[in-house]
Design a protein around this ligand. Structure first.
Ligand SMILES: Cc1cc2nc3c(=O)[nH]c(=O)nc-3n(C[C@H](O)[C@H](O)[C@H](O)COP(=O)(O)OP(=O)(O)OC[C@H]3O[C@@H](n4cnc5c(N)ncnc54)[C@H](O)[C@@H]3O)c2cc1C
Length: 384
């Protein structure tokens, strides 16, 4: 008797493994195949930007090895294996020349680091950290060195700046806008974060970018767009993430910023779903864990035979910058309100309300983050 085609999950990040675990709670038997371009070790990605302060190397962040997970999940896990093409009509994907048939296919491909062009002869020393293997590479490149220049003052750049500084490294942070985290923070909160990072000893070079990077006698020399010269040993680029859509695009699946899916997380092709950072759910592409977990629960039910729609409640983001505690809940897309600001020094409460006074979103810094639980109860859902 031929074995039925498996449910295939591509990607072993929090989305891929999260779905496999949830599916196994509902369905212990359906053949399950996970395919990953990386080494398949399970880890929690948010820990990557708090690990320098804790002195944790990549090994310390590993939660489980793929062999043990395969047994636990009653699944086959193929690591260091890249899906190269999908044929939705034939319900088949390709690993190079090898075809794999699927019953249902879930793309949990994540997002990749955006790169900005930089001149010079040392651009090979510009690294990124977007998974455990990147983290291991960065740590070994940093061995015996001290000075890190971080390119990008968004959420991830600021978290790494805070963390590397707490880990004892010398850190310069270069960002294009005049305040850190401009997409998420009202200017007063951005100012509080800027001051806190400076007090921690992070060199801030805002309103400029990295023009060139060249070898120097004692490491590297970075030339910024305004002519400032900085010495460093390594550059960490954190200028943004872009959902991985190339595979889906090539297969003719509808893509916007991410792979477009409906509330059931189904792409424009039947039996093909997308989940996590790569997915654009009803127009929303959120690169965070909470939405991903909501998707995991809904899709596991769907794959187990009970079609279910995903719902997003309020999803505040806690920024891991202990120098300046921050929690942010942006208004749902399409909702417009007015921001009211209260506070001083490091402690700010920014509330966004609509014309009827209903809370749409907030930003809290310093001591004000203590008010988040009460505010969360008033927030509207992101996808009802
Ligand atoms: C430094 C950092 C800190 C963060 N901190 C937080 C936080 O505090 N809170 C929060 O909510 N979110 C945080 N995030 C975001 C959060 O970690 C992500 O939203 C989440 O981990 C994404 O998981 P994922 O499974 O969708 O993608 P990923 O973890 O990127 O997994 C993608 C998987 O797809 C595989 N893959 C890709 N292409 C192929 C292919 N063609 N063939 C086979 N396999 C393929 C990869 O190998 C990988 O296994 C952080 C992100 C970073 C980078």
């Amino acid at each position: 008797m031929t074995r039925p085609a498996p449910v295939v999950i591509v990607g072993t990040g929090l989305a891929g493994y999260g779905l496999a675990r949830e599916l196994r709670k509902l369905d212990a038997q359906t053949p399950l195949l996970l395919i990953s371009a990386d080494d398949g070790r399970s880890y929690s990605k948010p820990m990557l930007s708090t690990a320098f302060a804790k002195g944790q190397d990549a090994e310390a962040l590993v939660m489980a090895e793929p062999g043990a997970l395969a047994e636990q999940l009653n699944a086959e896990i193929r690591t260091h294996t890249r899906v190269t093409a999908i044929d939705p009509q034939a319900r088949r994907l390709w690993l190079g020349n090898e075809p794999v048939d699927y019953r249902d296919l879930v793309l949990a491909l994540g997002a990749e680091c955006v790169r900005v062009p930089v001149d010079g002869d040392a651009t090979g020393r510009i690294l990124t950290i977007n998974d455990l293997e990147d983290y291991a590479r960065f740590r070994s490149a940093l061995a015996g060195k001290q000075r890190v220049l971080i390119l990008g003052a968004g959420l991830i750049g600021c978290e790494f700046a805070n963390d590397l500084r707490l880990g004892g490294y010398q850190v310069d942070l270069v960002g294009l806008s005049e305040q850190p985290m401009p997409e998420l923070l009202q200017p007063a909160l951005g100012g509080a974060l800027r001051d806190a990072l400076q007090q921690l000893g992070v060199g801030l070079y805002l309103g400029r970018t990295l023009a060139s990077l060249n070898p120097a006698d004692d490491g590297l020399q970075a030339l910024l767009s305004d002519g400032t010269r900085l010495s460093c040993d390594l550059v960490l680029s954190a200028v943004g993430l872009r959902p991985r859509v190339a595979l889906a695009n090539a297969a003719g699946l509808a893509c916007g910023r991410g792979i477009r899916v409906d509330r059931r997380l189904q792409t424009s092709a039947e039996h093909v779903y997308a989940l996590g950072d790569c997915a654009e759910v009803d127009g929303l592409n959120l690169l965070y864990v909470m939405p991903l977990m909501a998707g995991v629960r809904a899709l596991a039910r769907t794959l187990a035979g009970e079609p279910s729609e995903v719902r997003y409640g309020p999803m505040p983001v806690t920024v891991k910058t202990p120098a300046c505690p921050l929690v942010v809940a942006l208004p749902p897309p399409g909702h417009v309100g007015n921001w009211e600001l209260q506070g001083e020094g490091p402690d700010w409460q920014a509330l966004c309300r609509d014309a009827d006074g209903k809370l749409l979103g907030y930003g809290l810094s310093g001591q004000a983050v203590q008010g988040r639980l009460a505010l969360n109860r008033e927030l509207p859902p992101l996808l009802d």
